[in-house]
Design a protein around this ligand. Structure first.
Ligand code: BV8
Ligand code: ZN
Length: 256
């Protein structure tokens, strides 16, 4: 794919971001792609290639085969801990300082936004870094910050809860599970009040997270999609910037 041509960023968009009262950003797996983190569907490789993501990322999938699912999450967590935030994460952390109000909502379960300096990130789908007991929900603390060397893809027996002996599960929201209510309400509220929203690196296939941009569009906010491929948002956003987040966002910051 050829490099994004920064001169195609409309000047009126830069003005609109500069004058934004409340800027909301929604990110999906695409914002971590340039950190080398496979997007959700790309993560179905090796041991997991014969499974649908919706199957593994579910309580039923975990009940059926805890080691297969726990191994998938530990492989993903290990990748995240070995990865670094990319220029897209860094640009968003800087962007927060340019406007009076800024809300960052993410569908991602990695901690790359935080490691780039973003604060108060609303994680709609939880986090790889906050496991808990599947039985009593007590939080579990990984016994070492550097995960076991899980480079190859393998099944791993999940650890046990020291309180009740239950299996430890990833701290993510699985398919069929409710999103964290307060966090989702905060995200919906921000989407309903913002005057500008950036929708970055999401295919918009997963609900109810995919409703967030529609709330902003309905609320007549200026909406901008940043994605190299087309999505259902193409025809309803104000601006569609076709390209990689790691190229477009730093270019935008230069112009701001
Ligand atoms: C629920 C954590 C209710 C786990 C994830 C309507 C309303 C409500 C629910 C539903 C509904 N219709 C269907 C449902 C059910 C289901 C759903 O949405 N299914 C889909 C498959 C149709 N939703 C649920 O189950 C939700 N729960 O609604 O509960 C309920 C519950 C109980 C009883 C009654 C009702 C829970 C959904 C949360 C699932 N958990 N993540 C984990 O990570 O393992 S979702 C997961 O997949 C990700 O978090 C992400 O949100 C989603 C998609 O992942 P990806 O495809 O990887 O990423 P993304 O979509 O962001 O696509 C990548 C994009 O990046 C692409 O567009 C690509 O072009 C772009 N890109 C690539 N490189 C770059 C780039 N962009 C910019 N720069 C680049 N360099
Ligand atoms: Zn327990």
């Amino acid at each position: 794919m050829n490099k994004f041509d920064v001169t195609t960023i409309p000047t009126e968009l830069i003005e609109q971001i500069r004058n934004a009262e409340h800027l909301v950003v929604l990110t999906g797996a695409g914002v971590s792609a340039e950190s080398g983190i496979p997007t959700f569907r790309d993560a179905m490789t090796g041991l997991w290639e014969n499974y649908r993501a919706e199957e593994l990322a579910s309580a039923g999938g975990f009940r059926k085969s805890p080691p297969l699912v726990w191994g998938w999450y530990e492989w993903r967590r290990n990748m995240v801990l070995q990865a670094k935030p990319n220029p897209a994460h860094e640009a968003l952390a800087k962007l927060a300082t340019k406007v009076p109000r800024f809300t960052l909502v993410t569908q991602n379960v990695d901690n790359l936004h935080e490691r780039a300096g973003s604060i108060d990130v609303l994680h709609l789908h939880g986090s790889l870094h906050s496991p808990r007991c599947f039985a009593c929900a007590r939080p579990y603390v990984f016994d070492s910050t550097i995960p076991p060397e899980i480079n190859e893809e393998k099944s791993i027996e999940p650890p046990r809860c020291s309180h009740c002996g239950g299996k430890i599960r990833p701290g993510v929201v699985w398919f069929g599970e409710l999103l964290p209510e307060k966090i989702f309400q905060q995200a919906e509220g921000a989407a309903g009040k913002c005057d500008v929203m950036l929708v970055i690196g999401t295919s918009g296939l997963v609900f109810p997270a995919a409703n967030i941009p529609s709330i902003a569009i309905h609320n007549k906010a200026i909406t901008v999609q940043i994605n190299p491929t087309s999505t259902d948002f193409d025809s309803s956003v104000t601006y569609n910037l076709i390209g990689k987040a790691g190229e477009i966002l730093p270019a935008m910051m230069e112009l701001l």
